[in-house]
Write a protein that binds this ligand. Structure first.
Ligand code: C2O
Ligand code: CU
Length: 471
């Protein structure tokens, strides 16, 4: 099968910010057929994160741009990517949320040898699920991701829902110094013990956003991807009523977000449909309200002088489900997973406190079931027979939120603090609030050793990861 893949290069201003046209040419760009793999070259480059007159920032990026080239295919297509490492250190590429065969998962030392300096590696896998995904390195991710190595991976549905525009916002935050360069304190202990590397500069598609032109009456599908190391976003669209239609790329019953705020933890994605119900000439701010007392204006929607239509269209927002195996909740095996560590956490004697203290003296800060993992060779936390259903009863005994990610599988979030969830949403990364209990269920249907970790990159690097084996 051929590889239809666009090479649009930089996403930046084109899609999100400069276009006044209500009908973006995006969809037309999809069906380029090619035998050649898409090349993703990881290398140092410069990026204009800040508007003129500020200078450029030294970053590491794919194909010279932040975000890296958008990969856009149709469901069922084969994706072939030639990763070229032109960094000064080893790297890999992980396809976050995509259910690949284990050897294509891109985890250094677990599923492949890291790609050496000046080396290449070809990835090849089928896009089984439609949805909004992304890619990033899985080797020293706290620095490689933090310096700008990431890009969007969009798998279009066979029959997409009807919208006027399909827009991707890849959110990130950066810790910048006054001279506009990245602060070099990657992986420091203070960040690792607290909420991770929170930056001081937020970008959408690699630029500090200002305004996005919209038209009264238009309907936009907005694909939100959180590529930050640690920042959690909580987006408030003011008078607009965004409808959540997919979480982590997986369709969900269309619904309004809780309290009207769209919360997106690191690595998570939310697809929303927004009907721009304002009037020509209106201006509407999108604010981030996640961190109390640190609210900020993210971007303004500026309405053009003409309305596209007068009323809200009645087009369906329901996406077709992906081919995921539904876990058998009654027969599923239950496993307890306890997260410990960090500042102000509760470590109880029953959690194996003595052993954790010993591991802390070796520089570890976070633990899963009493074990901190930071070396290349990890004994599995769990070994699950292929094809069987499992429930992970996860408990966050720390004072911090954690976005917990499982590779190779997509799970249903079935309960929070013992209460069944309303939507049984499919996710690959789930936010756990401090002290929260979250139950997830899945069929262990993809053989191999799979990472299971917190996606706050500094927590992962300080021990908050493990391996789940399916065989
Ligand atoms: Cu987004 Cu283990 O990865
Ligand atoms: Cu964490």
């Amino acid at each position: 099968k051929q590889v239809p893949m666009t090479r649009r290069g930089v996403l930046c201003t084109g899609a999100a910010f400069a276009s006044l046209s209500p009908l973006s040419p995006m969809r037309a760009a999809v069906a380029q057929q090619s035998d050649e793999p898409l090349r993703l070259r990881a290398a140092p480059s410069k990026a204009g994160l800040r508007p003129a007159p500020y200078g450029l920032t030294d970053v590491w990026s794919y194909n010279g741009a932040v975000p890296g080239s958008e990969i856009r295919v149709r469901q069922g297509d084969r994706i072939r990517v030639l990763a070229e490492n032109r960094l000064e250190e080893e790297t890999t590429i992980h396809w976050h949320g995509i259910r690949t065969p284990n050897a294509m998962d891109g985890v250094a030392f677990l599923t492949q040898d890291p790609i050496p300096v000046n080396g290449d590696f070809q990835y090849e896998f089928d896009a089984l699920d439609a949805g909004t995904f992304w890619y990033h390195p899985h080797q020293r991710s706290f620095e490689q991701l933090g310096r700008g190595l990431y890009g969007p991976l969009i798998v279009e549905e066979a029959e997409p829902i009807r919208v006027d525009r399909d827009v991707t916002w890849m959110l990130d935050d950066w810790r910048m110094t006054n001279d506009g360069q990245l602060s070099n304190d990657f992986g420091n202990q203070g960040d690792a013990m607290h909420g991770g590397r929170i930056g001081n500069t937020v970008t959408i598609n690699g630029q500090i956003p200002d305004r996005m032109a919209v038209q009264a009456g238009e309907r936009i599908r907005l694909r939100l991807i959180n590529a930050a190391n640690a920042r959690i976003f909580g987006l408030d669209f003011g008078d607009l009523d965004p409808v959540v239609i997919a979480m982590d790329g997986q369709p969900v019953a269309p619904h309004a977000p809780d309290d009207g705020i769209i919360v997106i933890g690191p690595a998570m994605r939310v697809d929303v449909v927004i009907d721009f119900t304002g009037k020509p000439g209106d201006l509407l701010s999108v604010n981030d309200v996640y961190y109390k007392d640190l609210e900020f204006r993210l971007v303004d929607f500026v309405y053009g002088s003409e309305a596209l239509r007068q009323s809200v269209p009645d087009w369906s927002m329901v996406l077709a489900p992906n081919p995921l195996a539904d876990p058998d909740i009654k027969k599923a095996t239950r496993h307890q997973i306890v997260f410990n560590g960090g500042m102000m956490g509760q470590m109880m004697m029953g959690d194996g406190m003595g052993s954790m203290m010993g591991q802390m003296r070796q520089g570890n800060i976070w633990f899963i079931n009493g074990k901190a993992a930071n070396g290349p060779i990890m004994d599995p936390l769990l070994t699950l027979p292929l094809g069987t259903s499992h429930i992970l009863e996860m408990e966050n005994r720390t004072a911090w939120p954690h976005p917990i990610h499982l590779h190779g599988h997509t799970f249903r979030v079935i309960a929070r603090n013992g209460q069944a969830t309303q939507y049984l949403e499919w996710q690959d990364t789930v936010m756990m609030a401090p002290r929260e209990k979250v139950d997830i269920a899945f069929v262990a249907d993809n053989p191999g050793d799979w990472m299971f970790h917190c996606h706050i990159m500094e927590h992962q690097a300080a021990g908050m990861m493990g391996v789940i084996r399916v065989e």
